[in-house]
Design a protein. Structure first.
Length: 192
């Protein structure tokens, strides 16, 4: 039994979402603006912090790794922290304060004014991401929401990079593309 029709459908759907982003000046400008926010933070000695749940946690770690290690060429590392990686911290905070606080508590401890926090939520409604925005804002951190096309994140983030889809898998595919674009712009701008 062949699954070629299914494969083609999924690839076509992914292309369609990315074509929508490509043809939207609003989406392109938003990505460019967030990249510049990150560059400005780095030029001022600040860092980028990222968080998400499930696949979005993986995306947070992936993007942080590209910034710290390298993306397209060798250069000095850039400070970036994925708030999703320390199991002792996550379980301690989750146990003592509840899962909704696992990222906000880390931002309370590690974020400083001028940092950029990128909260990733495909639904736009992840409670721990929304709580993290509250903590970040209270510390003077710029809040970027990476989401699908809806949710509370649209109202609470300072800047929103939304993906025009309601399918989690298609949103996540575009999130990592956007993450790679941000890394590319940051790296080229910082180390031309």
């Amino acid at each position: 039994m062949s699954h070629q029709n299914y494969i083609k459908t999924i690839v076509e759907q992914s292309i369609s979402v990315k074509q929508h982003i490509l043809s939207s000046a609003e989406h392109l400008n938003a990505i460019d603006e967030v990249a510049q926010l990150c560059v400005d933070a780095y030029k001022n000695g600040n860092k980028v912090l990222l968080a998400g749940n499930g696949g979005s946690a993986g995306d947070a770690q992936h993007i942080a790794a590209e910034l710290v290690a390298r993306f397209e060429f060798d250069r000095p590392g850039l400070p970036a922290i994925a708030l999703t990686t320390d199991t002792s911290m996550l379980t301690a905070i989750g146990n003592d304060y509840g899962y909704d606080k696992v990222f906000s508590r880390q931002l309370e401890a590690n974020a400083v004014s001028g940092d950029v926090f990128i909260g990733i939520s495909t639904s736009g409604n992840s409670k721990n991401i929304l709580e993290a925005f509250d903590s970040a804002k209270s510390k003077g951190v710029v809040c970027v929401g990476l989401c699908g096309q809806g949710g509370k994140i649209l109202q609470v983030a300072d800047h929103v990079l939304s993906v025009p889809s309601d399918c989690t898998a298609r949103i996540q595919e575009s999130h990592i593309m956007i993450g790679h674009i941000l890394c590319g712009i940051i790296e080229k701008t910082m180390f031309e």
